[in-house]
Design a protein around this ligand. Structure first.
Ligand code: GDP
Ligand code: MG
Length: 723
């Protein structure tokens, strides 16, 4: 057997690369219906006529510009690894559009074979493609295949071997881009030749085209190779830009793209495709789209579908969620019964079991949510949602695909930022993705709801629903504005043009949905699980240590003894008194703990927002999980542990407390809505953004931002109402 040949599979999203890859390598992969699912590079191998082939599934791209990570990854692979053959998988039923990428491969001069995929679909649509004519005109082999069944794949591999055996790599395709650009490219060639190491890697004229397209990566590399030549090239480029702006009012990118399409159009005209009219799935898709993306009906249907998804996720998942919390409660009780009181028991219950409960408690929600998203994605509807939302989201520097993460995180009120952050994977541009995942925690997740309800009920109104609606609206406004702010500052950059195609609707398969769901859920368990246990134990320790000094513990013990003695005859009253003493001891212990000291120290700052040390402790606890805010407030106000049902007494207590009033309540409420995400979310942000830097950023940025809002509210409110 000869040394293995490297074959890269490239093509537009949804062209069928992954399907072909699976057929070739037999590896199990997931097959999505949403453009851009294949973000990772997958590898496998196969054998054809005694020849070993190393097959790489490149991410789906529409072009080879530097708009998205996928495009950069694909391009870098092609130029750096120089695969022996590139198989461009194109959708035969969408030939012209898919060949746009193929055209760029030709311009780059890679050894190319075109796999004309989905010829079955094309046939059903009444399209006949003259492959020989197409191959002749493009100058590369074109092989019709059906990746789903494997038809034609043998011939494809024959063509691959033939191309691999060619003695030389092909010459880059010389396209004309119109006189202005052609002239500029000719002028630029001498300076391009001075970019020494680069010219060995990329074709010369191609480099010129990229510089005219203002391709960040190439411009950067040119500057590193030869700053002086790069400056001259940039100057000549600017001249073209100015000239084209003056004459045609467009940028060079657009002119270059027009000429590529023109080239393809001229090929298409030469009898490559013949069409006869047939009623089929694509036409059905078009008909469905007439209704589903209709100006007025579309948004209504979308609201209905999103609401259904949301109801599905959060109402059906309550069964397993309740089951899990019952399980963890029993586990706590078991430990409680087995072990003697002491730090070990306290750590196991409050640190380990609660921490694991925190992680695993999300699992059913995540599974349901991802299942729902998988249905929308695999059926093709998610692309329509993104398509409809794109115009609005664009105004805020986001992308149509950002809508799903926001809704999952609580955009309709009640949700969870953890699956929300993970749902940002459908976004292809890194900056838009970061802006989305940094702002989704601003939504009102399910854990914030009880706290908001408590405060609204205690200080504002019995009409909580109306106020909750306002809070939800406010969270959207703030999140979108924050995204805009980020996109204008730390995440500045052009927004990606919306080039997503609307794939035809398909019936998702159950197997596909389950694999999809499980892959993502497992990733969550694996990624979040490890760190969370550690932080949970750390927070427990902060709220427990150092314990009360001995004489104070002794004083509480004495009080207890006294109560036992004097109230022995009235057991009911004795129980109540003992509970009161216990709660007071818990309060004293909390105040004495590290968290309590931090809370007290923070008062120096937090009082500008009217927030006292007790609330500070609750807010620190809220970093563990926002649910903890209520129970910690309960402890800090010596009510003992308070759960959501018993929150009535806490709301009474707060209303009567001298430190609290409606202005403070509003400041606290807004602070809770927008401050640091809970640490499970922070861990996920770190993983998804690929660095702890962004996780830290989200903690600091959100907290500062929330604090400034709270201070503003408190100061203005105090001026107006508290005199
Ligand atoms: P990728 O985005 O390029 O990786 O595309 P996928 O491999 O995920 O394929 C997208 C969809 O097209 C899937 O639903 C496949 O089952 C389907 N598909 C792929 N190849 C063919 C084919 O030759 N014929 C038909 N009818 N469907 C195909
Ligand atoms: Mg794929």
């Amino acid at each position: 057997m000869n040394a293995s040949i490297t074959v890269a599979l490239a093509g537009n999203p949804n062209a069928g690369k992954t399907t072909l890859f699976n057929y070739l390598t037999g590896a199990r992969q997931h097959v999505g219906n949403y453009p851009g699912v294949t973000v990772e590079q997958k590898e496998g191998c196969c054998l054809h006529r005694q020849q070993g082939l190393r097959v790489v599934d490149l991410p789906g791209t529409y072009s080879l510009t530097a708009y998205s990570v996928e495009e950069l990854v694909a391009r870098d692979f092609l130029v750096n690894e120089k695969p022996d053959v590139v198989v461009d998988v194109v959708d035969a039923s969408n030939l012209e559009r898919h060949l746009y990428l193929g055209c760029q491969f030709l311009e780059l001069g890679v050894p190319l074979v075109i796999a004309l995929n989905m010829v079955d679909v094309a046939e059903k649509r009444g399209l006949t493609i003259d492959t020989e004519q197409l191959a002749q005109l493009l100058g590369v082999p074109v092989v019709p295949v059906v990746a789903r069944t494997g038809a034609g794949v043998d011939k494809l591999l024959d063509a691959v071997l033939a191309v691999a055996a060619a003695p030389e790599r092909p010459k880059p395709l010389f396209l004309r881009y119109g006189s202005d650009i052609d002239e500029a490219l000719a002028d630029m060639l001498p300076a391009i030749r001075e970019l020494q190491p680069l010219t060995g890697v990329y074709p010369e004229r191609w480099l010129g085209v990229k510089i005219l397209e203002n391709d960040e990566q190439i411009v950067e590399k040119a500057r590193a190779a030869n700053p002086e030549a790069a400056r001259r090239l940039a100057e000549r480029g600017d001249e073209v830009v100015r000239h084209l702006q003056n004459t045609l009012g467009v940028y060079p990118e657009a002119v270059i793209a027009d000429h590529r399409y023109g080239y393809l159009k001229s090929i298409m005209r030469q009898g490559v495709v013949t069409r006869k009219w047939v009623a089929d799935r694509l036409h059905t898709s078009d008909r469905i789209d007439k209704v589903v993306t209709h100006r007025l009906l579309g948004p209504l249907i979308m609201a209905g579908v999103l609401f259904a998804l949301y109801t599905f996720t959060f109402s059906y998942s309550t069964v397993p969620v309740d089951g899990l919390s019952f399980l963890f409660a029993s586990l706590s009780q078991g430990i409680d019964a087995l072990l003697a009181d002491g730090p070990l028991k306290s750590m196991l219950i409050s640190g380990v079991v609660d921490g694991m409960g925190g992680v695993l408690g999300f699992v059913p929600i995540i599974m349901f949510m991802f299942f729902g998203i998988a249905v929308l994605e695999d059926s093709g509807y998610l692309a329509r949602v993104a398509f409809m939302m794109d115009r609005i989201f664009h105004l805020f520097g986001l992308h149509g695909s950002s809508v799903m993460p926001f809704i999952v995180s609580g955009g309709i009120a009640g949700g969870c930022a953890v699956p929300g952050v993970m749902a940002t994977r459908t976004l292809r541009s890194p900056k838009e993705r970061l802006a989305t995942l940094l702002t989704v925690p601003f939504m009102n997740c399910g854990a914030k709801l009880p706290v908001l309800t408590l405060l609204i009920g205690a200080f504002f109104s019995a009409h909580q629903a109306r106020y909750m609606f306002l809070a939800t609206l406010f969270s959207w406004i703030v999140a979108l504005c924050a995204a805009k702010f980020l996109r204008m500052t730390v995440l500045r950059g052009a927004s990606t043009p919306f080039v997503m195609e609307l794939p035809p609707y398909r019936f998702p398969t159950l197997k596909g949905l389950l694999i999809h769901t499980w892959e993502r859920t497992w990733q969550y368990i694996k990624k979040a699980g490890t760190v969370i246990l550690g932080i949970s134990i750390l927070l427990w320790a902060m709220m427990t240590y150092p314990g009360l000094p001995e004489e104070r513990t002794a004083a509480f013990a004495q009080q207890r003894q006294q109560a036992e003695a004097t109230l022995a005859a009235v057991p009911e009253e004795r129980e109540r008194e003992l509970a009161r003493i216990g709660a007071e001891e818990a309060e004293a212990g909390l105040r004495h703990s590290i968290a309590g000291r931090i809370g007290t120290a923070c008062e120096a700052v937090s009082r500008y927002a009217g927030i006292d040390w007790r609330t500070n402790i609750a807010l620190i606890g809220g970093f563990a999980a926002k649910e903890v805010i209520i129970s910690t407030l309960g402890t800090a106000y010596s009510l003992g542990e308070v759960d959501t049902e018993a929150a009535g007494s806490l709301s009474e207590r707060l209303r009567r407390d001298a430190n609290w009033n409606p202005v403070v309540a509003l400041a606290v409420l807004v602070f809770i809505m927008f401050y640091a995400p809970c640490f499970v979310t922070v861990v996920c942000i770190a993983r998804e953004a690929g660095s702890w830097k962004w996780a830290a950023f989200s903690v600091v940025f959100n907290t500062l931002f929330a604090f400034l809002l709270a201070v503003g509210i408190y100061q203005i409110g105090a001026l107006l109402y508290l005199r």
